[in-house]
Design a protein around this ligand. Sequence first.
Ligand SMILES: Cc1cc2nc3c(=O)[nH]c(=O)nc-3n(C[C@H](O)[C@H](O)[C@H](O)COP(=O)(O)O)c2cc1C
Length: 312
Amino acid sequence: MNRITSLFGITYPIVQGGMVWCSGWRLASAVSNAGGLGLLGAGSMHPDTLREHIRKCRAATSKPFGVNLPLMYPQIDEAMQLVADEGVKIVFTSAGSPKKWTGWLHERGITVVHVVSSSRFAQKAEEAGVDAVVAEGFEAGGHNGREETTTLCLIPAVRRATALPLIAAGGIATGEAMLAVRALGAEGVQIGTRFALTEESSASDVFKNYCLQLEEGDTRLLLKKLAPTRLVKGKFLDAVSVAEASGATEEQLRELLGKGRAKRGIFEGDLEEGELEIGQIASLLKGKGIQPVAEVMDELVQAYENGLKALL
Ligand SMILES: Cc1cc2nc3c(=O)[nH]c(=O)nc-3n(C[C@H](O)[C@H](O)[C@H](O)COP(=O)(O)O)c2cc1C
């Protein structure tokens, strides 16, 4: 038991990060059923779809689960109301200021966790009254901090900057990595990449298999003028690199990105035209194949316990 397991009422301090086009009810409920905390990734869901996923998740698990809501979500007011009306008890907010919504969610009895990429943002989240923070290093898949602070540097800095329960994210895919961030002061982990590539993830198998054969260096943080995003090698990454090297403006990058590209890449498996997002740690998973969540959770817990014994 620690502050993270007791905050959420879970067995292991392992959170499955909310992930666009990956974390629907199948993934979230599988992680919750295995003793972690599953999160629905609302970022890629229309409000009606989100409602459906909340209901299906509740039917698939009696354990706690939550919703990740990026604060730049276009219909944020509607989504927040829906989450409260559906009786969701845990909300992870990201990509925005937690100031506006934390109090509102607390008044409705909802636990609030905010994702940050620097100790300054962690302090702001603490001032906003959140119950815990996820500190995410720039190794992570998805959108990232512009400052490019690594998990190894970020976690001890955030530990020093706030007294909040602290969840580490970015580059964690093994029990040994869980142990390492615990040594740095984290009380739990949020894992994205490893869960995005499991059987229960709603990403396309084409995308999963592509990511499961990546080498070190095959992902890069680009699109800093829009929202810094870790992209996987391929045609779209090349197009963005060329545009950025020739000084493309924010507007030009927005045009290049267009609409629906992440859905095409991650959900539909279009490796040519899609936007592919995964974390640096994917290269460590090479050759593992697409595993079920229960097996991944077992491996994480076993390796953590063995690693701890080996250190003593
Ligand atoms: C495909 C993909 C989509 C993601 N989408 C979101 C999102 O919608 N909201 C969010 O807060 N984080 C998102 N993330 C970040 C994860 O929740 C998690 O914090 C991150 O993946 C942790 O680092 P790791 O990938 O090294 O495990 C995404 C990550 C990936 C790989």
